[in-house]
Design a protein around this ligand. Structure first.
Ligand SMILES: Cc1cc2nc3c(=O)[nH]c(=O)nc-3n(C[C@H](O)[C@H](O)[C@H](O)COP(=O)(O)OP(=O)(O)OC[C@H]3O[C@@H](n4cnc5c(N)ncnc54)[C@H](O)[C@@H]3O)c2cc1C
Length: 503
C-alpha cells in the first residue's frame, strides 16, 4: 500500500489546479487519471479554453495577458466585467438558485486565480475570433468572456500537465478510482484499478475532481429524465459519475440541480462521444442570426432571446424536446459572413439552396410545406424599421408570431440559403456533491467529511437550468485551487497529530 499526502482524482482542469495548489505545501501529491494518456484531460481538453473572469479594464487584461502588444491594445475596446455583472449573470441564468457562498468565491477569486495559473505557466490570449466584433476598425468585446488559454482546451491541459510535472506531482494514467477507503474518522485513501490491476492507495486527504455523469446514458435517463439517453456527449467518455457515486456511498450529501445540465445544439450526425480531432466544433452557435425549424416545419424557440453566451447552454434541451430530437438552423446570404468557424468544418451536416422552395424540400425529415409557410410568415413579421446590429441586443424582433424572435431578426430572402442539422449535445451535468467554502465535502448529516474535498463539474449547487459561458473552467480553477490548499492543510494537520501521538 502506498502513502501520499494528497491524492487528486481526475485529470482535467479542476484536478490539475487542485494538485498544483496542494503541492505548494504538501510533499507527495498524486493525480489519478482514469483515461489513458492520449485521451487524458477530461472535458477540459475539449473546451475552447474560454474563462469568464472579472476585470476592471485593459490594465487587468494586461496582467492576464502580459505579452499583449501596444498595437492590440490600440485596436481593442476590452470594456470591463465587474463583480456585480458576474453576480448578476450567475443569478439571472440560474434563476437565483446558485449557492450564494460558492458563487461569491467563484466571482471574487476569478481574477486572482487566473493570475495564479499564469504564474504556474498557463498563458492566456484575448478571444478575438468568437467574443468580439469589429466596430469602425476596432474590436469590441461584449460579454465578459474575454480571455482563453493559448491552444484552447488541449493547450490548457498540456500547460497544466507540464506545470504538474515541473512541480514534482506524480500522474498515473489509466488509473480509475473505484472506491474511497473511509471509516468513522474520515477518508484515508482510495481503491484504484490501474492498468487492470486493483490496489489500495493511502492518502492523508483526497480531492475529488472526476467530472459529472453526462457520459453515463443510464444516469442521464435516471436523473435528467426520459429521452436524455438519446443525447450526444460533447466531451470525454470517461465522466460516468463514478466519482460522485463513490462519495455518496460513504455518506456524502448530494446538492444542486440533478435534473439539470448544460446542453447545446450539436451536429445531428456527430458521434456518440466527443472526438478530440474536432473538439468543440460540432457545436452550432450562430442561431441568433437565423431561425430554427423542427420536424413539423415550425419555429419553436426565440433564437434571439439574448446573446448566445446566455442561451446556448439551455437550447440543447429545447432541441432534445422536439420530435425526433433535431432541428434545422436556417440562414440567408445576408448573415453568412457572421457564422462562426464551426460552420466551416468538413464534418458538418449542411445543405445549400438558391430558392426557399428548394431549401425546404432538402430539409431531411421536415414537413416542407409547413416550413415554407413558416419562413414566409416569419419574414412578414420582421421589424425591418429597426436596424440590425449584432453587437447589441438590437430589439429588431418580430411581432405577432406564436414564437416571436426578440433580437437580430433578419428576413430569410436572399440566396444562397444555408441550413445546418442539429441535435442535443450534453456538455456536463449540474447535480453533484455538496461542498462548503473550503471545498470540503459535506455529509448527509451536515458535517464536513474529514479528509475529503471536491472541485469542478462534480460539485452541485453552483449551476441551475443554464450557465454563463466560460464559467465551467473558472469554477474548476477557483475551487480546484481552494480544494488543493484545504487538502494540503488537512494532510499537514493529520501529519502533526500523528507525530504528537507517536503513531
Ligand atoms: C466541447 C466542450 C466545450 C467546452 N467549452 C468550455 C469553455 O470554453 N469554457 C468553459 O469554461 N467551459 C467549457 N466547457 C465546460 C468545461 O469543459 C467543464 O466545465 C470543465 O472542463 C470541467 O472541469 P473538471 O476538471 O471538473 O472536469 P473534466 O475536465 O471533465 O475532468 C474530469 C476528469 O476525471 C477523470 N475521471 C473520471 N472518472 C474517474 C475515476 N473514476 N478515476 C479517475 N479519474 C476519473 C476523467 O478522465 C477526467 O480527466 C466545455 C465542455 C465541452 C464538452
Amino acid at each position: 500500500m502506498q502513502d501520499w499526502d494528497v491524492i487528486v482524482v481526475g485529470g482535467g482542469n479542476a484536478a490539475l489546479c487542485a494538485a498544483l495548489s496542494a503541492r505548494e505545501s504538501a510533499r507527495r501529491v498524486l493525480v489519478l487519471e482514469r483515461a489513458p494518456e492520449d485521451e487524458a484531460g477530461g472535458n477540459s481538453r475539449f473546451t475552447a479554453g474560454a474563462f469568464r473572469v472579472v476585470y476592471g479594464g485593459v490594465e487587468d487584461i494586461k496582467r492576464i495577458v502580459p505579452d499583449l502588444t501596444s498595437e492590440e491594445i490600440a485596436r481593442t475596446d476590452f470594456g470591463t466585467y465587474t463583480a456585480d455583472q458576474f453576480f448578476d449573470d450567475m443569478a439571472r441564468v440560474t434563476q437565483y438558485r446558485c449557492d450564494p457562498d460558492l458563487t461569491e468565491l467563484l466571482v471574487r477569486r476569478s481574477l486572482d486565480t487566473l493570475l495564479w495559473m499564469q504564474k504556474k505557466g498557463i498563458r492566456f490570449v484575448p478571444i478575438y475570433g468568437r467574443q468580439a466584433f469589429k466596430v469602425d476598425d476596432r474590436f469590441k468585446f461584449w460579454g465578459g468572456l474575454t480571455v482563453e488559454s493559448v491552444g484552447g482546451g488541449p493547450g490548457l491541459v498540456d500547460a497544466l500537465t507540464r506545470a504538474a510535472q515541473k512541480n514534482g506531482i506524480e500522474i498515473w494514467y489509466s488509473a480509475r478510482a473505484t472506491a474511497l477507503i473511509a471509516d468513522d474518522d474520515g477518508v484515508h485513501g482510495l481503491r484504484v484499478k490501474r492498468e487492470g490491476k486493483t490496489l489500495d492507495v493511502r492518502a492523508k486527504s483526497v480531492v475529488l475532481a472526476g467530472g459529472g455523469f453526462q457520459a453515463n446514458a443510464e444516469m442521464r435517463a435516471r436523473y435528467i429524465g426520459p429521452g436524455w439517453e438519446l443525447a450526444k456527449v460533447r466531451g470525454t467518455r470517461f465522466n460516468t459519475g463514478d466519482v460522485i457515486r463513490m462519495a455518496l456511498a460513504i455518506g456524502a450529501a448530494s446538492a444542486g440541480n440533478w435534473s439539470g445540465c448544460h446542453a447545446v445544439q450539436w451536429d445531428r450526425n456527430a458521434p456518440e462521444f466527443g472526438d478530440l480531432a474536432v473538439g468543440d466544433a460540432f457545436q452550432k452557435h450562430s442561431y441568433p442570426w437565423g431561425i430554427m425549424v423542427n420536424a413539423t416545419g415550425r419555429r419553436f424557440v426565440d433564437e434571439g432571446a439574448d446573446f448566445r453566451n446566455y442561451t446556448y447552454a439551455k437550447y440543447g434541451r429545447v432541441v432534445l424536446e422536439q420530435p425526433g430530437q433535431f432541428a434545422w438552423q436556417i440562414f440567408d446570404a445576408k448573415v453568412l459572413h457572421l457564422l462562426r468557424d464551426e460552420y466551416r468544418i468538413k464534418r458538418v451536416t449542411k445543405l445549400s439552396a438558391n430558392t426557399l422552395e428548394e431549401l425546404v424540400r432538402k430539409l431531411d425529415d421536415v414537413n416542407a410545406d409547413a416550413a415554407l409557410a413558416e419562413i414566409r410568415a416569419y419574414n412578414k413579421a420582421v421589424r425591418a424599421d429597426i436596424p440590425f446590429n449584432p453587437n447589441i441586443k438590437d430589439g429588431r424582433g418580430t411581432t405577432g408570431l406564436a414564437v416571436d424572435k426578440s433580437n437580430w431578426a433578419n428576413t430569410i430572402d436572399t440566396p444562397p440559403f444555408e441550413a445546418y442539422a442539429v441535435t442535443c449535445g450534453i456538455t456536463f451535468t449540474f447535480g453533484g456533491l455538496r461542498i462548503n467554502t473550503d471545498a470540503q465535502v459535506i455529509s448527509t448529516d451536515g458535517d464536513a467529511i474529514p479528509g475529503l474535498f471536491a472541485a469542478g463539474e462534480l460539485v452541485g449547487g453552483i449551476f441551475y437550468f443554464n450557465y454563463p459561458g466560460g464559467t465551467g473552467l473558472m469554477n474548476g480553477s477557483v475551487f480546484g485551487r481552494i480544494a488543493g490548499a484545504s487538502a494540503a492543510r488537512a494532510a499537514e494537520s493529520t501529519h502533526q497529530s500523528k507525530r504528537a501521538s507517536g503513531t
